[in-house]
Design a protein. Structure first.
Length: 200
């Protein structure tokens, strides 16, 4: 690699103390970001893409660590390596949040009537269970629903709007027994489509 940059006109000092640390930093950002995504996908049960990400993760890591050993007397490379690891973890988490992969279970506990919230869940075709329970301060409603993560940005504001004092928790779901269970189809629309197809 050093010979390649020398041919481009960069001196050994520029390569060792500027270009190499930059390359190591971005290599670590790439492989740690991929690694973070891979772990999250494994936890979500995504068997297809996780091994492929693991291949690229290890390949990029080998390239970075190889350059470290070739320039083991360069302390700036160590700093770049550690900095890339830290920033790569941050980037991986951001990417995972943006992609919003998988489903989550949302538990909502509210002392106030939750009719408006339940109606909202119905309009969005989210299946739910509503349970009467007892809390420290008396009777409460406990609502369980399993939704796709990419719907949380819309659901959470609605919880705060309809039941501002509600307590809710969100946990990841690795697998559901029925992939369509959390989504309730509008049977009227489905029936209409079936009748329309039969009439053709």
């Amino acid at each position: 690699m050093q010979e390649f940059f020398n041919e481009l006109g960069f001196s050994n000092e520029i390569f060792a103390f500027v270009l190499l640390p930059i390359l190591i930093f971005f290599a670590r950002v790439a492989d740690v970001s991929i690694g973070t995504m891979r772990v999250i996908l494994v936890m979500q049960g995504k068997k297809g893409i996780a091994p492929l990400l693991g291949f690229f993760e290890s390949f990029i890591w080998l390239l970075a660590i190889g350059q470290i050993f070739q320039h083991i007397d360069n302390p700036i490379s160590y700093i770049s390596y550690a900095s890339g690891y830290a920033f790569g973890t941050f980037v991986g988490i951001i990417l995972e949040e943006k992609m919003a992969i998988g489903r989550v279970v949302v538990r909502i506990i509210t002392a106030l009537p939750a009719n408006d919230l339940l109606h909202y869940l119905e309009t969005k075709n989210h299946r739910y269970s509503n349970i009467d329970a007892m809390g420290n301060d008396g009777k409460v409603n406990v609502i369980f629903t399993v939704v796709k993560r990419n719907t949380l940005k819309e659901l959470i504001p609605k919880i705060k709007e309809y039941n501002p004092k509600a307590f809710f928790t969100i946990e990841g779901v690795k697998k559901v027994s029925d992939e369509e269970f959390s989504y309730k189809e509008n049977k009227g629309i489905v029936l209409g489509k079936m009748l329309d197809i039969r009439s053709k």
